[in-house]
Design a protein around this ligand. Structure first.
Ligand SMILES: *Cc1c(COP(=O)(O)O)cnc(C)c1O
Length: 362
């Protein structure tokens, strides 16, 4: 068996991609919101069922840019059980992350512990749809309304998902998606922000282009987060195949379930009720009855060329750059899950043989 990595990017047929980028070699308009960028943006709005959307060079800068566009300062409540980008974005924008514990079953922000963390300095909540598990959006947004807080979802894992038939991109004040190569939908690198207030469109457009409002006026201390034409072309191609991709992932999930449902001491990922999932990740929680620890299983799989990942270990608040800087109290569930979780290889082209091989070793 060859090495099996945790994920592998989806690529469109070569000819399909070349057909779209070919004109670029003539017209030389390869970035700064060209024709392909416009076209991709419109197609994506349709797919995500939103009116307002801004493309970015990656998901991380999308997070930073929406924080800047909303002019946030003070405390942002989030969870430490995420990719470090979520916490970094908050801190790099000069805000203070306040870490909330996670829910035992979905690994998303535990709303029952949210309200006690709100202070007069709180300006926003940034929950994460971890592994594509959707947060308790109803409760989060109810609390946000009560205290007049913004809600920005880190939806990097939730591309294309629906909750009771409604696109997840419509939720909150804004949602941020990542189109990194390792995500369900990719533009090589890339990302976008979907948002409720259409007045933010121009602000986000300016901020991602150094703050330029027009050639002679700079209104914001912006950076450079523009998506280029080659990325957008990848997006157009991959979007054509996304539904099929997700179907294939669902089949991979089905095979895993068949083979692992009898194994004692592991908790398998289960779809949430009312959610159309994208099958982005396959997390496994290792309980004591399994007989091996998560770390032992991780090493054992690695010895057999199966490169699972400890997503998300360590918690972001435990990384060297954050140690001792913010309160890490009352994070029992996050800490416990972080020590027991492992994510298995999951991508659309994972073969039945490979899944059998992985499950045999589990
Ligand atoms: C991937 C990811 C990001 C960052 O997105 P990039 O496109 O890699 O910059 C942010 N948050 C989460 C939860 C992610 O998984």
């Amino acid at each position: 068996m060859n090495e099996i990595f945790v994920t592998r990017p989806s690529m469109p047929p070569f000819e399909e991609y070349m057909e779209i980028v070919h004109p670029l070699f003539e017209n030389k308009c390869i970035t700064n919101m060209g024709e392909i960028h416009k076209s991709f943006e419109n197609k994506l709005k349709d797919y995500l069922e939103v009116e307002s959307l801004s493309l970015t060079v990656n998901g991380h800068l999308a997070l930073e840019n929406i924080i800047n566009a909303l002019n946030l300062s003070g405390e942002i409540i989030t969870t430490p059980f995420t990719f470090v980008s979520t916490t970094h974005a908050i801190v790099r924008c000069g805000c203070t992350p306040v870490f909330c514990d996670i829910d035992e079953s979905t690994f998303t922000l535990d709303v029952s512990k949210l309200e006690t963390l709100i202070t007069e300095k709180t300006c926003a909540i940034m929950p994460v749809h971890v592994y594509g598990n959707l947060c308790n959006m109803e409760e989060i947004e109810k609390i946000a309304r009560k205290y007049k807080l913004y809600v920005i979802y880190d939806a990097a894992h939730a591309f294309g998902e629906k909750w009771n038939g409604k696109s997840v991109a419509q939720m909150g004040d804004a949602s941020v998606f990542s189109f990194h190569a390792t995500k369900v939908f990719n533009t090589i690198e890339g990302g976008c922000i979907t948002f409720r207030d259409s007045g933010l469109q121009r602000v986000l457009a300016d901020i991602k282009n150094f703050g330029f409002h027009d050639q002679e006026s700079v209104l914001y201390v912006g950076g450079n987060a523009k998506m280029n034409e080659f990325q957008a072309a990848m997006g157009i191609c991959n979007l054509r195949h996304i539904d099929h991709e997700i179907e294939k992932r669902k089949k991979v999930y089905g095979t895993y379930m068949e083979l692992l449902s009898q194994v004692e001491g592991i908790r398998l990922w289960k779809p949430q009720e009312g959610v159309e999932h994208n099958y982005a990740y396959l997390p496994l929680v290792i309980n004591d009855e399994y007989g091996k620890s998560r770390n032992e299983l991780y090493i054992y799989l690695k010895e057999h060329k199966i490169y699972a990942r400890k997503y998300f270990y360590p918690l972001t608040c435990d990384f060297e750059c954050y140690r001792g800087k913010y309160s890490t109290e009352n994070l029992e569930v996050a800490r416990d899950i972080s020590n027991r979780i492992i994510t298995l290889p999951m991508y659309s082209d994972l073969s039945k043989e490979e899944i059998h091989y992985i499950c045999k070793h589990i």
